[in-house]
Design a protein around this ligand. Structure first.
Ligand code: OGA
Ligand code: MN
Length: 302
């Protein structure tokens, strides 16, 4: 049976039915899923039932798996395998985190508009976030369509952005949250990478903005101007007409294209309700930006 596609809007976000992600996908199903992904940028697969290994096996259809940044950040042991980014509000033993825990403060970065792993080389391509438990209220995830936002830019603005290169680092987004201390290892793992502000996505041919809270510098621009420009672009790109809000149900797997979307988590009572979301992310190609660069420490293995 072919997959069913229910678009949320004609060109952004779709719900996908008649597919079991726990099973290996045949070539036709995979191709239909890839086509839908290229068109809609965000796909929602409701009512899935996945083990961690099945989640990772599905993710591998979309490229090599990344290793979580938490490997570089957490001193205590991980709750999940290192190919899973642990988005839950729990420690390794499964207890809810405390208000002041370093992990909690660090994960606040997920509340800022961002795209996953723009700060890695190669950068993030597809993220697949799976809900094992959800908060009864709050804790949604919002997605913004950077292709539509790019299309809606005034021509003069677009012309100014053409050719501009931004530096992305996890240290820049964490700095926005008040983190200023990084260990020598973190400085190596999160050394800035250079990314154009505009890029074209090969599968759809569409031009897109490539912005994130991870941007800390734009080459040839004073830092204060960079700050203002990034804030303006994020404000433009996250106007409600570009945004899909996902309200989680247990068993949802939501997949997004990090090359052309932004996302952020919304607030919830995270010291009260367990919310167990787990993410697998695959890498883009290393050569995609046409700049010579070394793989970053936590990048996937090509
Ligand atoms: C993520 C993320 C936000 C959320 O999984 O990459 O940013 O809703 N999640 O928790
Ligand atoms: Mn994220």
């Amino acid at each position: 049976m072919p997959i069913s596609i229910f678009p949320v809007t004609p060109r952004f976000a779709a719900e996908i039915g008649d597919i079991e992600l726990s099973q290996p996908l045949d070539a036709a199903t995979l191709e239909a899923t890839r086509d839908a992904f290229a068109t809609f940028g965000v796909l929602v697969f409701p009512a899935q039932n996945l083990t961690v290994q099945q989640h990772l096996a599905f993710a591998r259809n979309f490229g090599p798996l990344e290793v979580t940044v938490q490997r570089a950040l957490r001193t205590e042991k991980l709750r999940v395998p290192e190919q899973i980014a642990d988005i839950a509000n729990m420690d390794a033993e499964g207890s809810l985190w405390k208000k002041e825990s370093r992990l909690r403060l660090f994960q606040m970065g997920n509340r800022l508009w961002h795209t996953d792993s723009s700060f890695k080389a190669p950068s993030g391509y597809a993220s697949m976030l799976y809900a094992r438990s959800v908060a009864p209220i709050g804790g949604h995830t919002e997605f913004a369509d950077m292709r539509a936002a790019c299309d809606a830019l005034p021509a003069a603005t677009k012309a100014r952005l053409q050719g501009l290169i931004a530096e992305h680092s996890l240290m820049y987004s964490r700095r926005r949250l008040g983190f200023t201390e990084f260990t020598a290892e973190e400085k190596v793992a999160f050394a800035p990478v250079r990314r154009p502000l505009l890029r074209r996505i090969p599968e759809s041919g569409r031009e897109t903005l490539y912005i994130a809270s991870h941007i800390g510098r734009i080459e040839g621009m004073p830092d204060s101007e960079t700050e203002a420009l990034v804030a303006e672009l994020v404000a433009h790109a996250t106007q409600r007409q570009f945004v899909y809000t996902h309200r989680w149900r247990v068993g949802d797997l939501v997949m997004w294209d990090n090359r052309c979307t932004l996302h952020r988590g919304t607030e919830y009572e995270d010291t009260r309700w367990p919310r167990d979301l787990q993410r697998a992310t695959t890498s883009d190609r290393l050569d995609v930006f046409g700049v010579a660069e070394k793989k970053s420490a936590l990048a996937a293995d090509y």
